[in-house]
Design a protein around this ligand. Structure first.
Ligand SMILES: CC(C)(COP(=O)(O)OP(=O)(O)OC[C@H]1O[C@@H](n2cnc3c(N)ncnc32)[C@H](O)[C@@H]1OP(=O)(O)O)[C@@H](O)C(=O)NCCC(=O)NCCS
Length: 188
């Protein structure tokens, strides 16, 4: 990607379900192998993600939001945040994915800034937290660079509640921003 300024951000609509599901499945295949079962990643994942995103993007607005990033009309990243998720931790950044060929160009940083803006624009702003797979050292380096505080370790829940979709008992780590303001960027 030549520059993040060529990227536009907007709220997702139900029409985005297919492309978001496709990027999500591709990203899981590339980055979650080992923790997620090969049979799931090489089989059901695209259809299962499509069901999840179709449901999410048609749900009534308000409790969550999905931000999509596009360049020349193509989806290059997305973030999904659920507001007021846990009283102690605040909003849950449930998914953040940047297309594999545009990683490390600042887009994750821009998407996190937009998520922070959405949380801080709420009538009662909260903190922001997320879970990252313990094996996903690259994403942890990103969250460390964004000032996230690493908290406890827990076992990962399988996608869709099906334990066959995991390899054993992979762990995840909680990252937390008690105040999301430092994630904001001047120009967004
Ligand atoms: C993790 C992710 C969202 C980060 O987005 P990104 O656009 O690649 O990250 P940015 O370019 O904004 O990175 C900002 C800073 O984070 C750190 N960082 C990002 N990726 C890193 C990596 N692979 N290794 C080490 N540090 C990294 C660097 O400090 C980087 O700044 P620099 O490039 O000037 O050194 C993206 O790489 C991604 O989608 N990964 C695959 C899916 C995933 O793991 N999602 C997270 C699930 S919890």
């Amino acid at each position: 990607m030549s520059a993040v300024h060529e990227v536009t951000l907007r709220a997702a609509t139900p029409d985005d379900a297919s492309v978001v599901a496709e990027l999500h499945a591709d990203s899981w295949r590339r980055h979650y192998r080992g923790a997620y079962a090969d049979a799931y990643l090489d089989g059901d994942v695209a259809a299962e993600r499509w069901r999840v995103w179709s449901e999410r993007l048609t749900a009534a607005a308000g409790a969550s939001t999905t931000i999509v990033a596009e360049r020349a009309g193509d989806l290059v990243g997305f973030a999904h945040v659920i507001f007021d998720h846990q009283p102690e931790w605040g909003a849950l950044l449930d998914n953040l994915h940047v297309r594999w060929d545009v990683k490390r160009a600042g887009l994750g940083t821009v998407l996190m800034a937009q998520v922070a803006r959405a949380v801080l624009d709420r009538p009662a702003p909260t903190g922001l937290y997320l879970w990252v797979l313990e094996q996903n050292a690259a994403a942890q380096a990103f969250y460390d660079s964004r000032g996230g505080r690493r908290r406890e370790r827990a076992l990962t829940e399988p996608p869709g509640g099906d334990p066959n979709r995991l390899n054993g008992d992979p762990a995840k780590l909680r990252y937390w921003w008690p105040d999301p303001s430092p994630l904001l960027l001047d120009n967004r």
